[in-house]
Design a binder for this molecule. Structure first.
Ligand SMILES: [Zn+2]
Length: 85
């Protein structure tokens, strides 16, 4: 399988999930940059809550960060990560 086919395959899988699960899939992982160590990390968002702000520890440097997001129709509109003191 070449790279293009791999991307297409993945796209089809995502489309499949999209079409058949629809709005049921509201738990999504999103990549953000840690405001402390600048590592790229993955945060899990529960999009059944349209707007939320909470403190989560960075899995790399263990420092707290404020994750805030707003979502509509199972899609993230805004996602922000700030340093928390
Ligand atoms: Zn960090």
């Amino acid at each position: 399988m070449n790279i293009a086919a791999g991307v297409l395959f993945r796209y089809k899988i995502l489309k499949y999930i999209d079409i058949y699960a629809g709005l049921a899939i509201l738990i999504q992982g999103h990549n953000v940059t840690c405001p402390h160590c600048w590592e790229s990390i993955n945060v899990t968002l529960d999009l059944s809550v349209p707007q939320q702000s909470y403190i989560e520890d960075c899995p790399v440097c263990c420092k707290p960060m404020i994750v805030s997001y707003s979502a509509s129709n199972g899609e993230v509109d805004e996602l922000q990560v700030e340093a928390s003191d």
